[in-house]
Design a protein around this ligand. Structure first.
Ligand SMILES: Cc1cc2nc3c(=O)[nH]c(=O)nc-3n(C[C@H](O)[C@H](O)[C@H](O)COP(=O)(O)O)c2cc1C
Ligand SMILES: [Fe+2]
Ligand SMILES: [Fe+2]
Length: 400
């Protein structure tokens, strides 16, 4: 894709990554891809804001060569040191020997730790401004969105926010790089949520505090380093992130996420009865088969729905492993304020229910009820499962 002038003198010079299967080695993006958005400001002085992953350096340098001769580059602005944005740094410095690197204090240390760089580095302070001529850049320290060194850059005259990972999303850019030129906005919004829950959600408090720092700075465009650039409705992505972040300290939407697993379908029949009960109460439900679904795709529902039903059997005295894997990741991602229930089959001593209750307690989830049953679900078990569905749905509707 060609570079685009997104504001006068400001260019998108990003690249798509359709090669990486697992982002951060964890999160599937093989089908969806991702973009590493980088921005070039040309003025009396020139600056690059965030770069690309090393693997795509050739594509990235080709992008840049179309708009600018790097030999006269003045500044490289590092909002965030993670190598998906800083990986191309050494290649850039070879071509731009006079460029100064700018970042917050922890960035300075990481530049040495990651790349052995100690020269031509200027440490920024929160709120500091840099004039490039017609464009002024203001650097706002936003620690832990999602690393300790992260800052966001605000272009004062154009009112453009360059938040790097903040307000970003998965999804390679299919030609249309803006919210008003892409042809599949729902895809990018869904992928922004998946990205948020996978990468950023554990730092929701920091996102809210970052948003607070921009409360009195008008924002006409949000230009993150992954995903769409929001120019038609920049408030949209900020509000989505605000809403999602709020769920770290309050119950989310009325809805139930089901974590379902089974070996021999005994648990599935009881789950079906519970689902009938939930449906009678008219509460939205999303059933995820933990045997077949990567947790990356489950976290968005788990994060945005306030009810959870775990329907999985006992396996070697504990909860069915892939169901526990999802819960362990939920714990890592600080999924909280859930109302939950458990059902599942066992054949002798059981143990899944206690295992579930243990991790639910760690996450401070409110466990409404739970039960196990021996072997196949008898009529009484199915009735109980149905009633559990009704009770969980009612609690979720009541906002508990
Ligand atoms: C490998 C394996 C380990 C199991 N471990 C236990 C166990 O520790 N305790 C128990 O009560 N049942 C255990 N079971 C029995 C299952 O929980 C039981 O067959 C249950 O009905 C399976 O439910 P499902 O049909 O939903 O898969 C185990 C079954 C298998 C295949
Ligand atoms: Fe990052
Ligand atoms: Fe990133």
């Amino acid at each position: 894709m060609k570079p685009r002038e997104i504001r006068p003198g400001v260019y998108w010079v990003g690249v798509n990554d359709r090669i990486t299967e697992l982002f951060e080695g964890l999160w599937p993006i093989g089908r969806e891809g991702i973009s590493y958005n980088s921005y070039l400001v040309t003025d009396e002085k020139s600056a690059l804001i965030d770069l690309s992953k090393e693997m795509l350096s050739d594509d990235y340098l080709a992008q840049l060569s179309g708009v600018y001769d790097l030999a006269s580059l003045d500044y490289v602005i590092i909002n965030h040191m993670e190598p998906d944005h800083s990986g191309a740094l050494k290649r850039i410095l070879e071509l731009a020997p006079n460029a100064h690197i700018l970042g917050m204090s922890k960035t300075v240390r990481m530049l040495k730790d990651f790349y052995g760089l100690t020269e031509n580095i200027t440490q920024l302070t929160n709120g500091e401004e840099l004039s490039l001529g017609k464009h002024t850049l203001r650097f706002v320290y936003t620690p832990f969105v999602h690393w300790p060194e992260t800052m966001m850059t605000y272009m004062v005259e154009e009112q453009v926010l360059f938040p790097c990972d903040g307000f970003g999303g998965y999804g390679a850019l299919d030609g249309g790089i803006f919210d008003d030129t892409c042809t599949n906005l729902p895809f990018y919004e869904a992928e922004a949520l998946r990205y948020f829950t996978n990468i950023v959600a554990a730092f929701s408090k920091s996102v809210l505090s970052a948003l607070g720092k921009f409360a009195d700075m008008p924002i006409k465009m949000v230009a993150p380093s992954h995903g769409l650039i929001w120019r038609k409705d920049p408030g949209r992505i900020l509000e989505l992130y605000r809403t999602w972040s709020e769920y770290y300290h309050q119950p989310a939407d009325a809805g139930i996420t089901v974590l379902f697993g089974t070996m021999y379908r005994n648990t599935e029949r009881a789950l079906n009865a519970a689902l009938d009960g939930i449906a009678e109460e008219g509460v939205p439900v999303s059933v995820h088969d933990v045997r077949k679904t990567h947790v990356s795709y489950i976290l968005p529902d788990l994060w945005t729905q306030r009810g959870v039903l775990v329907a999985a059997p006992t396996y070697e005295g504990k909860l069915f492993p892939t169901a526990m894997d999802v819960l362990m990741m939920a714990n890592r991602k600080r999924v909280s304020h859930k109302t939950a229930a458990y059902l599942g089959s066992y054949a002798w001593g059981g143990g899944a229910q206690a295992d579930f209750e243990h991790i639910a307690e760690k996450m401070e989830w409110q466990v409404l009820n739970g039960f196990g049953f021996l072997g196949q679900a008898e009529t009484a078990d199915l009735d109980r499962a149905h009633e559990m569905g009704v009770q969980l749905a009612r609690a979720v509707k009541a906002g508990e």
